[in-house]
Design a protein around this ligand. Structure first.
Ligand code: PLP
Length: 376
């Protein structure tokens, strides 16, 4: 099987699996219990938080463990908006965010928040100039993803941050799910940032929100004192503890992995360029981990199923919208025509992928295209 769907989720690293299963056996105490098993969980949990904070160049109390990036995004947006509404009710967000961002924004409208969607340009990004143009005195929050999950386009978050912080009462939240441990993320200048473990060869059900000390949030899960009262519920200690190792290992391999994935991406681009009817939709400057392509003769669904029958896993659109019938909103927003937007598939790469798999993918694509009657 060839798994080219790593933006949806990734395999769990063997090292993470081993430590996690040990923790399940030994560290099952409730981190809030006062007895020795509880204290042991608490101590390892806080050690993990401190290690993660060090890797991200932030303070331990700026790390809030959550259950998934969708929860982190919801907490960042709803939690921040409700806690800061006395300062203003205007929020800026790009028009191609993950549903956990857009649905949180839409939910806020019932409380009188004005949500302004910023259109991405033909490169798939929002520019700092556009943010500057739309910022108002009552703008309290700007939210954008770092790397687009369908196209791999990289938003200029350093430039946007400068614009956002010209207004001292405005915060910048960045969804870093598709960029974290792949390219540099400047956590030190962001107010809030979302990451998810299962996108970086870690566990499902494990994520965090980085939130600076001065940022006030209201909880969206009511409960006890856990996570500074921002996320009630018994800590998932084993998952939170092993997250530090997951991140450290991904950082250690970051450069080597980037080079390997770049070579795979480069090879696929070259080969696809020689196939009639093939289009490469991701721009050259996109992150190499995501390659969005289409073939004229096959809709996304037909191609996805044909590849699946040959043992190749890819996505059509992002996985969260995979059950909706319409075309890719991101491609349409970038100005691609309807036929490209309904024919695209997303290849996304991870640490287990090899050049041999890329060769195999091209071979199988050619076979499928021949079956569908295309000249090669
Ligand atoms: N944000 C982005 C950009 C994503 O690609 C995803 C998942 O695909 C998420 C958020 C949600 O992640 P999770 O599955 O951890 O909720």
């Amino acid at each position: 099987m060839i798994f080219f769907d790593n933006s949806s989720t990734t395999s769990v690293r063997p090292e993470v699996r081993t430590v996690y299963s040990q923790l399940l056996e030994t560290t099952y105490g409730n981190a809030d219990s006062l007895h020795q098993l509880g204290r042991a969980s608490h101590s390892l949990l806080e050690k993990s938080r401190a290690n993660i904070a060090q890797l991200l160049h932030v303070s331990p109390n700026e790390i809030i463990f959550t259950g998934c990036a969708s929860e982190s995004n919801s907490l960042a947006i709803i939690g921040y908006a409700l806690a800061n509404q006395n300062r203003g009710k205007h929020i800026l967000v790009s028009n191609v965010e993950h549903p956990s961002v857009t649905n949180s924004m839409e939910w806020l409208k019932q409380f009188g928040f004005e949500i302004e969607y910023l259109p991405i340009n033909s490169n798939g990004i929002i520019t700092a100039e556009l943010v500057k143009e739309r910022m108002r005195k009552d703008t309290i929050l700007v939210s954008s993803m770092h790397v687009n999950n369908e196209m791999g386009a990289i938003n200029p978050i350093r430039e946007i941050e400068k614009v956002v912080h010209t207004n001292p009462t405005c915060a910048y939240h960045v969804d870093c799910v598709q960029s974290f441990t792949k390219i540099d993320v400047p956590f030190e200048i962001l107010d809030m940032a979302t990451i998810s473990a299962h996108k970086i060869h870690g566990l499902k059900g494990s994520a965090l929100l980085m939130k600076k000390k001065n940022i006030k949030l209201v909880p969206i899960i009511q409960g006890g004192q856990q996570e500074q009262g921002l996320r009630g519920g018994t800590e998932n200690s084993p998952a939170n503890i092993v997250l530090a190792k997951t991140i450290r290992l991904a950082f250690e391999e970051k450069d080597e992995m980037y080079d390997k994935i770049s070579s795979i991406n480069h090879y696929l681009r070259n080969e696809l360029n020689t196939i009639e009817g093939a289009h490469i939709n991701s721009k050259e400057e996109a992150i190499p981990y995501i390659l969005n392509i289409s073939f004229d003769q096959m809709t996304s669904e037909v191609l996805l199923n044909a590849l699946d029958s040959k043992g190749i896993c890819v996505s059509a659109k992002s996985t969260c919208s995979s059950h909706s019938k319409n075309s890719s909103a991101t491609l349409l927003a970038m100005g691609y025509d309807e036929s490209i937007a309904t024919h695209m598939i997303r290849l996304s790469f991870g640490k287990d992928n090899t050049m041999e798999e890329a060769h195999q993918f091209i071979k199988i694509c050619k076979e499928i295209i021949q079956q569908y009657g295309l000249r090669l």
